[in-house]
Design a protein around this ligand. Structure first.
Ligand code: NAD
Length: 271
């Protein structure tokens, strides 16, 4: 019983980015269910507010804050509002991310910069301002856990995902550097990355339909079968699979885990 209590988040305050839908929304719901007070942030205000309503209806505590993760001023005011609203800052889940599909030889420089600005700059800015707030003497000042959403594409090449994979590779390494720095300075802050394989979301289902419309696969079912086939476990991941990993890293159960990359991919990169 005592061991399981380590996975609970009562008394902790969490900020989740890109939490209006998909993996981020599920992370916010699971952290709230485990007892954390959660700030749901996104550029999608309607969707973010709906997630807050769902969390509160289930008995949790949450508020919505608009945050474009590529904007440093918005990070500064969001962290300030978080600490004023909930009286602390213990967990950051930097989940917001965008795709960009193109062969390296075809990536428009604008697309490269946009993917980098959300997926890499956004995670860097989150760590910068979370560390400043969480470290001893910061406005929250009690240490904490920072969880950065990477991807298996940070570990292995994924066809036509040059900008996306490069940004996720940057997330993987900046996580480790920050973990070492926070450890050396005895900040009490752990920093880890989570690397999902292909996760079943509404957008993914829509992609299967689009692939078929574009003639890349005869039917959406054929597209799905190929994606499933990439995962030795024989199925795609769920948002809950990722959120439960995030819960572990957010909780005191992972007290000795920092600078790690948790692969949640049904064996995708194991073969
Ligand atoms: P999604 O598109 O459903 O959700 C991403 C969220 O980020 C959206 O709500 C979007 O509005 C938000 N967002 C986009 N740009 C933003 C910005 N500038 N500022 C703040 N929020 C912004 O995607 P998802 O599948 O839930 O992916 C979530 C994270 O998981 C991403 O970082 C993604 O790269 C990563 N990931 C997803 C998969 C997968 O198969 N779905 C696999 C590996 C990694």
């Amino acid at each position: 019983m005592k061991t399981l209590e380590q996975f609970r988040l009562e008394g902790k305050v969490a900020l989740v980015t890109g939490a209006g839908r998909g993996i981020g929304a599920k992370c916010a719901e699971v952290l709230a269910e485990a007892g954390a007070k959660v700030m749901v942030s996104d550029i999608l205000e309607k969707e973010g507010n709906a997630i807050v309503e769902a969390i509160c209806a289930a008995g949790g505590e949450a508020v919505f804050q608009r945050l474009d993760v590529s904007n440093e001023e918005e990070w500064i005011s969001t962290v300030d509002t978080l600490v004023k609203t909930f009286g602390g800052f213990d967990v950051l889940v930097s989940n917001a991310g965008i795709e960009g599909i193109n062969l390296v030889e075809d990536i428009p420089v604008e697309q490269w910069r946009q993917v980098m600005s959300v997926n890499a700059d956004g995670v860097f800015l989150g760590m910068k301002h979370a560390i400043r707030a969480m470290k001893p003497g910061g406005i929250a000042g009690k240490g904490g856990s920072i969880i950065n959403m990477a991807s298996v594409t940070a570990n292995v090449a994924f066809y036509s995902a040059g900008a996306y994979s490069s940004a996720k590779g940057a997330v993987r390494m900046m996580t480790k550097v920050a973990a070492v720095e926070c450890g050396n300075h005895k900040y009490g802050i752990r920093v880890n990355s989570v690397h999902p394989g292909v996760i079943r979301t509404e957008l993914l289902e829509a992609s299967f339909v689009n692939f078929a419309k574009k003639g890349l696969y005869p039917t959406p079912e054929d597209a799905e079968a190929e994606y499933v086939g990439m995962h030795p476990i024989g199925k795609l991941g769920t948002t809950l699979d990722v959120a439960q990993t995030v819960l572990y890293l957010a909780s005191d159960a992972s007290d000795f885990v920092t600078g790690a990359e948790l692969i949640v991919d049904g064996g995708y990169i194991a073969h």
